[in-house]
Unconditional design. Sequence first.
Lengths: 193, 193
Amino acid sequence: MSIQERRERERAERERLIITAARELAEAEGWEAVTIRRLAERVEYSQPVLYSHFKGKDAIMAAVAVEGFADLAAELRAARTAATDPRQALAVVSAAYTAFAERRSALYDAMFSHVVDLPFATPEAPPALHAAFGELSEAIRPQAGDDDLGLLTEVFWSGLHGLVTLMRGGRLPRADHDRRLALLISRFTRGSA
Amino acid sequence: MSIQERRERERAERERLIITAARELAEAEGWEAVTIRRLAERVEYSQPVLYSHFKGKDAIMAAVAVEGFADLAAELRAARTAATDPRQALAVVSAAYTAFAERRSALYDAMFSHVVDLPFATPEAPPALHAAFGELSEAIRPQAGDDDLGLLTEVFWSGLHGLVTLMRGGRLPRADHDRRLALLISRFTRGSA
DNA sequence: CTCCGATTGCTAGCAGTGCTAGGAACAAGA
DNA sequence: TCTTGTTCCTAGCACTGCTAGCAATCGGAG
C-alpha cells in the first residue's frame, strides 16, 4: 500500500510541477512560447512523460486555468470584504477583476480566451469558477433591482471582460481605462442602492 | 507603361484572390486550418508567392479583418437606418452586431481577437473601422446624457464584445443570449430618451 | 538472494507548421 | 540576338504537437 501511495504522491507532485512550469513560462513569455519540448526540458523529463499526465497541450492549459480561477476568486473576495458600502464594493471588485486580467494576462487568457473543453455554466464547472462568479454576483446583488441576479452578473461580467480584452488587444486606449470602468459601473448602479 | 499597369492589375487581383481564399477557408474550417500551404494550393501558386504579397500569416489575417470592418459597418448602418425610434435603433444595432459575430465568427475573430499590428483607436485606423464605430456611436448617442459619447461607445461596445466572445467560447449559455442583450440595453437606456 | 514481470521513461520519428535561400525560366529592352 | 531583370518554384530549415517501440529500473514471489 505504502509504495503505491508514495508513487501516487510523486506523480501528483510532478503534475503540479508541470502546471507551475507552464504557468510561469506563459506569464513570462506568453502561451505561444509554451511548447511541450520546453516544458519537458524545464521539468527535466522527456516529452512523452507529459503526455502520460495530460492528454495534450490544451489539457495543460486547462489545468493552469483551474488554478487561476482560485486565485481570481480569492482576490475578488479580498476586495469585496474590504469594502464598506455596496456602491464601493462593486467598484473595488471591478477594479480587482481588471487588475487581475492585466497583471496576470497569460493566466487570464487560459481561463477566458483559449481552452474550450472546460465546463463553465454548469454544475460540473470547477468550484473555484463558481466561487469567482459568486463574488461578482454578491458585488452586484445590491444593484439587481427586479433583474435576475444570475443574468445580471453574466452581463456585468461580459462588460468587464470586454473592457479588458479589447484594451489588452490594443483596441481601446489604455489611458482611459479608469474612466471607462467608472462609466460601466455608473450604468449598472443607477436607480438602486 | 501599359505593361507595368497590367502587371500591377494582375498583382492586385491575385492579392484579392489570396484574401478571399483566406476568408473562405477560415469561415469554413476556422483560422487554425488556414495554413500558407493550403492557401497556396488554393490559389494555385507556390508558398513564396504569398510572401511576396504579405509579410506573413498575420498580415493576411489583417487584410481579411479590414474587409470585415466594411461588412460590419454596412450591416450596422442598415440596421440603424431601418429603425424608427432611438430606443429601437439601439436594440436592432446591438442585435445586428451580435448576429454578425455569430454568423461570421472567424471573420470576427480576425477583427477583434487575433491580429494586433493593426491601428485601432487612432486616426490611422482603417476607415471602415471608424465607420463601424461611428454606427455604434450614433445608435447610443440618444442615451449619452452627460457622458462622453466616445467613451460611452467604447464601454457599450465592450459589453457587446464581452457577451459574444464569452458566449462563443462556451462561457455563457447560448440560450439566454437575447435576455442578456436586453438586460445590457436596459442598463444603457435608463433615465434618458 | 535471485529472478521474473510490470511499470516507467527514454530515444527516435512522423506529419505538419511558418518562413526563406537559391536557382530556373521567362519576358523586356538594347 | 543577346543581356538584364523580374517572376516563381523546388528544396530545405528549424520548429510544432504527438506517438510507437524499446531499454532500464524497480517491486514482489520463490
